[in-house]
Design a protein around this ligand. Structure first.
Ligand code: FAD
Length: 462
């Protein structure tokens, strides 16, 4: 019976070797492995995996095409709902989405939906030249897109396919948002995957201008009122880091995860051919438990440090992808769970020498549904370290909201938009982390696509 077949293991780099390099950890499936894994799908009458996918990818249909030896058909099924399969296959939290809902997971191991999606996405990138993409004739309307992360790229692609002239304005010198400056090479290859996804967007006729900070170089108002754009989509993300507000955070050696990862990834500090400085440290403490914290701690490890996660809840509450936690452990990352810093300690020269921490226990669930951490009386102790990386979450940068007339934001600084991305300013749409706060690639991609449909409807009636 199909469900007796064990999950096909995926090949990975040896942990001892990969902890010293930045090459991709996971090698993915080849065609034979992917076909074998695809044959495990039970094709449930009511597929719970589809309901659990934030964008409703028709998972059993693409898996069936793959099983039948038709990767092009599988790619076409996924493309109806997702524009970045090679990326989502690598970074989606499958354990709490499609794979978490798979019935095979009740008694055994779920179908490896993420690895199959990754296989199809990579196949599509390899065969891009042979595949035709249908695009409508140009309709003479122009749309400006702010930001080139998954939200902006997805919105721009769909609008270009619908016949719009689209230009993306990106603040950084490279295109891709968190996909290039945040998520490290060892999880998401930049040239091999992200750059090729961006090339595909360019081939649709989308123009991309880098080094343009909207709110400084141009404004949303000037794009609409002076530069002749008919609509604007804001996909500017949530790049503003949070700190704890504890003593010693201004000491030398305390950095945000965003800065640390940007130096390492975007500015190639890990590569000896680049002269970007990075304070890698010998003993690094990363405060937080999400994907950003795992990326920072594994980067610090690869740069030669003894690296530790400091997290105030227990392992069960870690918000990071299960696979990243598993990989981190294999690579020798230490985990100080139920631990919270109360001060950063410095030496006479103003450099970090440790963290003063308290131990925690878990109390009643808070508004997030997770049990809230409570300080254990008399548990204070010192954790020696020379670098502290804060990975406590991010919020949207207020620049665009503060320079755009009539654009409402929430108390948390997020742009207020409806489900289709319409903001409080006519002709201005928004989606992704700029609206939700820090979330996921697939949600940002889905929001960009929904906004593209809404922009099309808005301009058809204008
Ligand atoms: P972003 O990707 O942030 O892109 C926004 C873009 O807008 C950026 O390029 C920025 O430079 C540009 N911009 C900002 N302001 C301006 C301006 N004024 N003018 C012009 N351009 C501007 N999600 C997952 O699903 N799985 C993961 O494993 C995962 N890991 C992550 C690891 C890290 C380190 C980080 C930081 C995030 C991770 N995420 C992960 C979250 C995910 O990457 C984001 O939710 C997603 O990228 C949001 O997409 P976006 O398009 O809204 O914004």
């Amino acid at each position: 019976m199909a469900n007796r077949i064990p999950r096909v293991p995926v090949r990975e780099q040896d942990p001892a070797i990969r902890a010293t390099n930045f090459e991709e950890v996971c090698y993915g499936y080849d065609l034979e492995e992917a076909t074998r894994e695809a044959s495990r799908c039970l094709h449930c009458k009511t597929p719970r995996c589809v309901a659990a996918c934030p964008v409703g990818v028709q998972i059993p249909d693409f898996i069936e095409a793959l099983r039948a030896g038709d990767p092009a058909g599988a790619a076409a099924v996924i493309a109806r709902d997702s524009s970045l399969p090679s990326i989502c296959g690598r970074v989606c939290p499958q354990e709490s989405q499609c794979e978490g809902a798979c019935v095979l997971g009740i008694k055994g191991e779920p179908v490896a939906v993420g690895k199959l999606e990754r296989f199809v996405g990579d196949w599509k990138l390899d065969h891009a030249a042979e595949l035709t993409v249908e695009t409508a004739p140009r309709n003479g309307r122009r749309v400006a897109v702010v930001g080139s992360g998954p939200a902006g790229l997805a919105c721009a692609s769909d609008l270009a396919k619908a016949g719009y002239e689209v230009k993306i304005f990106e603040a950084l010198h490279e295109v891709g948002g968190v996909l290039v400056y945040g998520i490290p090479e060892f999880r998401l290859p930049k040239q091999g995957i992200v750059a090729r996804e961006i090339d595909a967007v360019r081939r649709l006729g989308v123009e991309i201008e880098t080094d343009v900070v909207v709110g400084r170089t141009v404004t949303v108002d000037s794009l609409l009122d002076e530069e002749g754009y008919d609509a604007v989509f804001i996909g500017s993300g949530a790049g503003l880091p949070r700190f704890m507000g504890i003593g010693g955070e201004n000491l030398n050696g305390v950095v945000s995860a965003n800065e640390f990862l940007t130096r390492a990834n975007l500015m190639h500090a890990y590569d000896a051919r680049y002269d970007t400085p990075i304070h890698a440290g010998r003993r690094v403490a990363v405060v937080g438990g999400g994907n950003v914290a795992m990326d920072a701690v594994r980067t610090a490890r690869r740069l030669g440090a003894e690296a530790t996660i400091v997290y105030r809840r227990s392992e069960a509450e870690l918000p990071a992808r299960v696979e990243e936690v598993h990989h981190a452990k294999e690579e020798g990352i230490r985990f100080r769970m139920l631990t919270n810093p109360v001060a950063v300690l410095g030496d006479e020269q103003g450099w970090v020498r440790g963290l003063r921490c308290v131990e925690m226990t878990l109390g009643e669930p808070d508004e997030s549904g997770r049990r809230s951490p409570v300080v254990k009386e008399g548990s204070e102790f010192e954790l020696p370290c020379d670098v502290v990386i804060m990975a406590l979450g991010t919020s949207p940068n207020p620049l665009i909201a503060s320079t755009t007339a009539g654009l409402e934001t929430s108390r948390r600084g997020c742009i207020v938009a409806d489900d289709e991305g319409a903001t409080t300013r006519a002709g201005v749409f928004a989606g992704g982390d700029a609206v939700t706060g820090a979330a996921t690639v697939i949600l940002a991609m889905g929001a960009g696509r929904r906004a593209a449909r809404a922009i099309d409807a808005y301009l058809q009636h204008k």
